[in-house]
Design a protein around this ligand. Structure first.
Ligand code: KIV
Length: 267
């Protein structure tokens, strides 16, 4: 089976076709997600919270990311595979390249990093070395202590403008995908219109080019409080329906622009 490419995802944006993304951390989930039609598997460092039981993503190591990326990559067929850099493993351009090479060797197609214009030297070095890069703006879980908690970002005029400026700068520097986390829906729509690469929203309203959720949240498996922007798709399917039905419902609702609705967005 042919694997999707970053160019395919960009063409989906151009056609106005929504991109369905979910996190995946192991082979069994990755297979079910593929079967349901998910286009991008994100090996997120959220695994530190939902798999490892940490309170934040900060304790996750690059070896953890390599381990889970190889599990997902072993069974991946059609989906595009993005892996997160773990905390403090992309502090300098050289360190980022070494970490990225480990993730790519484990099977990632693209690496994801958190941050705005301060990341430009790192992004440039990765792109110059032919490493595809995904950006991540808005709520940055690796900076949760600096941000003072898991809060919606870009609510004031200056914060919103910074996110738009960063999105344009990162996309000019060569990132090919951009995750927007926990920002007002109107701001995410403006960012999406301002750049020609796909935006993938989580808590960023319905107008992003695609949507992502943490798979344990959308199955109601994570014991912590489910965020406002997530939904329990397993519960919604009703008794007796399996995990694959929940994944299929997610893909369908993303494609039909039924998810996220106003209830699962910030204004
Ligand atoms: O680590 C992760 O799962 C992520 C998503 C929240 C986008 O980065």
């Amino acid at each position: 089976m042919t694997t999707l490419t970053a160019t395919d995802l960009k063409q989906m944006k151009q056609r106005g076709e929504k991109i369905a993304v979910l996190t995946a951390y192991d082979a069994s989930f990755a297979t079910q997600l593929e079967n349901a039609g998910v286009e991008v598997l994100l090996v997120g460092d959220s695994l530190g919270m939902v798999l490892q039981g940490h309170e934040t993503t900060l304790p996750v190591t690059i070896d953890d990311m390599v381990y889970h990326t190889s599990m997902v990559s072993r069974v991946r067929q059609r989906a595009y595979l993005v892996s997160d850099f773990s905390y403090q493993t992309y502090e300098t351009p050289e360190q980022a390249l070494t970490s990225a090479q480990k993730l790519i060797a484990a099977g990632a197609d693209m690496v994801k990093l958190e941050g705005g214009h301060e990341m430009l030297p790192v992004i440039k070095h990765l792109v110059d070395n032919s490493i595809p890069v995904c950006g991540h703006l808005g709520l940055l879980p690796q900076s949760v202590e600096k941000l003072g908690g898991y809060k919606v970002q870009g609510r004031d005029e200056q914060g919103a403008q910074t996110i738009i400026d960063d999105a344009i700068a990162l996309s000019s520097a060569g990132i090919e995908l951009l995750v927007l986390e926990c920002i007002p829906a109107e701001l995410a729509a403006n960012v999406t219109a301002a750049i020609d690469i796909p935006t993938i929203g989580i808590g960023a309203g319905p107008d992003c080019d695609g949507q992502v959720l943490v798979v344990y949240d959308m199955l109601g498996l994570y014991p912590g409080k489910r965020p406002k922007f997530s939904k329990d798709f397993l519960l919604e399917q009703g008794e007796g329906k399996g995990v694959e039905a929940a994944f299929k419902a997610y893909v369908q609702q993303v494609k039909e622009k039924a998810f996220p609705d106003i209830e699962h967005s910030f204004s």
